[in-house]
Design a protein around this ligand. Structure first.
Ligand code: AHR
Length: 495
């Protein structure tokens, strides 16, 4: 059986850019993501701007987050934006029926979200309400956000303290309209999308990038219908896919307590993203061979059982080394499909699902997933370099998956970056890579790994898993040689 990787990196005449928006994030009014995450009580003793928690902002700025999706998720189709503007004490409350039935006080609304985006230096991606909102409501939100002239909505915005329009361009038209967003058929939603999109206007200076609510996992018919009926109105079409460790929505599996078989099935389910992106792209190619419409994977990640003792509606889960391997592999898939995948959003940034950041009162920790985004940020806006190789198999109980996945890019300074993942829980995998035509003298590496796939960063040991220097790469002639340790994410820069 094959035990090593030998491959070839094409470095000449490449012109496929990896959009930075593949490295986007998602923050819903769900559990402790916004409230008691980004947006904290005035009494909490942490660095804040107003009620925005700045240790979180600083950590996210350090990994260059390119966009942030808000306010949902399922919440988006129940959210009425006018309840979230004006004096905080005059804002009506509502019940967050999707997530725990808690009372939402609307203290975090449009102005607060856009202030957060400004502090993060990131682009907002707002999802409008199709499920329970009207065309007029959506149309007026866009006017409120983006119109600079004299109009009822720009007047209201100014009365609320904001003179300039924000120029929001990423615009989601509904969310999961096949499910929590209204239980619609593809045909019905496509007609609704066309209506809502028509009245979501481009105001001078801001062309909307409208994203149609896309398929659930492998619903290729949904993509087909939307492309057939609505492709001329959309900038992008979304896709949602979560990797469930056990494959069952009932008992999804623990975030930190699992055996090798469940680790294996988690990875198998995560790698399925490659098949989904390939097949949805093929459907899109039928209608759009020039690849003008983006595939926007605006919800992805591993979804486990909640931590014992926490509110099941809050989706709070720990984040182990396994999550880092899911993130590294998925981002490699997106990079390698960047001809069609132009945007993606990990669910969800703080304290929910596969989070980058967990908080407990004034404490904050960076998860292994956070560190993967840090190691991969060199790919943002770089030129994709295709890597040809075959991987050895990682076999558990007679089932197999490819042990190694890789993506590579050349940044604007001509520097080549490779990110590699070894999913095998026991074996080192030797890697030899040749380059088409490249001058380099030294490989500088970083590694993220730990002894066990169940290891994680806790509030007692927040730095158990973090990147370290990787000194195992060498140059032999023009060939890059290294050995990938088991359960590792390795980033190499060729200087
Ligand atoms: O991310 C959690 C939920 O998953 C979102 O609200 C919804 O869109 C999806 O089903």
């Amino acid at each position: 059986a094959q035990t090593s990787v030998s491959g070839y990196v094409s470095t000449v005449n490449q012109n496929q850019q990896i959009s930075k928006h593949i490295y986007g994030h998602f923050s819903e009014h769900l559990g402790r993501c916004i409230y008691d995450g980004f947006w904290v009580d005035k009494s909490l003793n942490v660095k804040k701007e107003g009620r925005i928690r700045m240790d979180i902002v600083d950590a996210l700025k350090a990994i260059n987050i390119p966009n942030l999706r808000w306010p949902g998720g399922c919440f988006a189709d129940e959210y009425h934006w006018r309840d979230g503007i004006g004096a905080p004490n005059s804002r009506p409350k509502m019940v967050n029926t999707n997530w725990g039935g808690v009372t939402e006080d609307n203290s975090f609304g449009t102005h607060e979200f856009l202030e957060l985006c400004k502090l993060l230096g990131t682009e907002p991606y707002i999802s409008g309400n199709v499920g329970s909102g009207t065309v007029e409501e959506m149309s007026k939100w866009v006017e409120y956000l983006n119109f600079d002239g004299e109009s009822p909505m720009s007047k209201l915005r100014k009365e609320n303290g904001r003179t300039e329009p924000w120029k929001v361009s990423f615009w989601g038209v509904g969310n999961e309209s096949w499910g929590c967003g209204g239980n619609m058929t593809a045909e019905y939603y496509a007609d609704q999308f066309n209506r809502y999109a028509t009245y979501s206007r481009d105001y001078p200076g801001t062309k909307l990038k409208k994203v149609a609510g896309g398929a659930n996992s492998d619903d290729y018919n949904w993509t087909d219908v939307l492309m057939r009926k609505s492709r001329n109105q959309m900038w992008g079409l979304s896709l949602h896919y979560y990797a469930i460790p056990t494959g069952s929505w009932g008992n999804k599996g623990s975030a930190t307590d699992f055996e090798e078989q469940e680790y294996f099935s988690s990875m198998k389910n995560a790698l399925r993203m490659d098949e989904l992106v390939t097949k949805h792209s093929a459907v899109m190619d039928k209608y759009d061979p020039a690849k003008k419409v983006a595939l926007v994977v605006d919800e992805w990640g591993i979804w486990t059982n909640v931590e014992p003792g926490t509110n099941p509606g809050f989706l709070y889960q720990q984040n182990s080394l396994r999550d880092a391997l899911v993130a590294g592999s998925t981002l490699n898939i997106f990079n390698n499909h960047s001809d069609r995948v132009k945007m993606a959003n990990l669910a969800q940034t703080v304290n929910v699902l596969q989070a980058l950041i967990l908080t407990e009162k004034d404490k904050m920790l960076l998860t292994p997933t956070y560190w993967v985004f840090d190691m991969y940020k060199t790919h943002q806006e770089a030129t994709l370099l295709p890597v040809k190789f075959t991987s050895p198999n990682y076999v558990v109980n007679n089932k197999s998956l490819p042990s190694v996945n890789i993506s590579a890019s050349k940044d604007k300074n001509g520097v080549v970056h490779l990110t590699m993942v070894n999913l095998d829980a026991k074996n080192n995998i030797p890697v030899k890579l040749n380059f088409e035509d490249l001058n380099w003298s030294k490989a500088v590496g970083t590694i993220l790994t730990s002894a066990k796939f169940t290891d994680y960063n806790s509030f007692d040991q927040p730095n158990k898993i973090k990147p370290a220097a990787f000194n195992g790469a060498s140059k032999n002639g023009d060939q890059l040689q290294l050995s990938l340790p088991p359960l590792s994410v390795v980033a190499i820069t060729l200087n």
